[in-house]
Ligand binder design. Structure first.
Ligand code: NAP
Length: 242
């Protein structure tokens, strides 16, 4: 079975047993773990072949999620640019409703779902909703950002079976440190960038000091393949439902 079919099957099983979407973390990094050179500036890291793979994966997920930092930096459309591919529903985490009124995503057929908190400008909310976006306030976490647990509960109640989380660094860090990512598809490009690290702090994994190697978050059932010059590896981050 190929990776895309595996994900669809796993998402169905996961939803049946948890009523929550399967979370696939997917991003591209350099050999030194950078996802861009400077926070807030886009950088194309992966090559053409792995780009095709990523867009194929977008097509098999119900939703694709990024943080507002990525929207402000890259202005992505988050569509599936693969022949006959199905667009996933774009989802943005944006606690303060900083979402730009001229964001490219607002021109998509599927307008974005913007998950936010209660502390937002209601006029801006109305403007975004008039443009077709869905603005969904949720409870905030201890740092005032959208609670990821509340987000997954809400998406599950909306019938969403799979979410592809594409970044950026703060979103990747938060999903990993809360152990809310079920699987990882990581593209590693053969370059050194020396920039913004995908995962921002070991402390967030509740490690001991000195760190205990047995407690590191670990990728299980790891597989890999070469796509052009890039290495793509994937595996499971959370035990499957039983
Ligand atoms: N190489 C790749 O695959 C890849 C993919 C995507 C992005 N990128 C790069 O990553 C960079 C952006 O990364 P970033 O870390 O600045 O921004 P980000 O992770 O895209 O977004 C982070 C922001 O999302 C909001 N947010 C809301 N709820 C959150 C939660 N529960 N956890 C974490 N964040 C939450 C926060 O802003 P509020 O407090 O205002 O809500 C937070 O600052 C860009 O330069 C982009 O080019 C690279």
């Amino acid at each position: 079975m190929d990776l895309a079919s595996e994900i669809v099957e796993r998402a169905n099983e996961h939803f049946l047993c948890s009523q929550k979407p399967l979370v696939t973390l997917t991003y591209a990094q350099s050999l030194d773990g950078s996802i861009t050179a400077w926070r807030g500036i886009p950088l194309a890291i992966s090559g053409a072949e792995s780009y095709v793979l990523t867009h194929g994966l977008r097509g098999v997920h119900d939703c694709i999620l990024v943080g507002i930092g990525t929207v402000l930096a890259d202005n992505p459309r988050l569509t599936c640019r693969k022949e006959n591919g199905r667009d996933p529903q774009p989802v943005v985490l944006d606690s303060q409703l900083r979402f730009p009124l001229d964001a490219a995503m607002l021109d998509n057929t599927l307008k974005p779902w913007i998950f936010t908190t209660d502390h937002i400008d209601q006029e801006k909310r109305k403007l975004l909703e008039d443009m077709g976006a869905r603005v969904i306030p949720l409870e905030a976490d201890a740092h005032g950002r959208v609670s990821l647990e509340a987000l997954l509960d809400c998406l599950g109640s909306m019938g969403v079976k799979s979410v592809m989380v594409e970044g950026g660094a703060r979103i990747i860090t938060n999903f990993l440190s809360h152990r809310l990512a079920d699987q990882l598809v990581l593209t590693v490009a053969p370059i050194f960038v020396g920039g913004l690290q995908a995962f921002e702090s070991r402390q967030l994994l509740e490690q001991t000091d000195p760190p205990d190697p047995n407690k590191f978050l670990r990728l299980a059932d790891m597989k890999f393949a070469q796509y052009g010059d890039d290495l793509v590896l994937w595996g499971q981050l959370a035990p499957e439902c039983v």
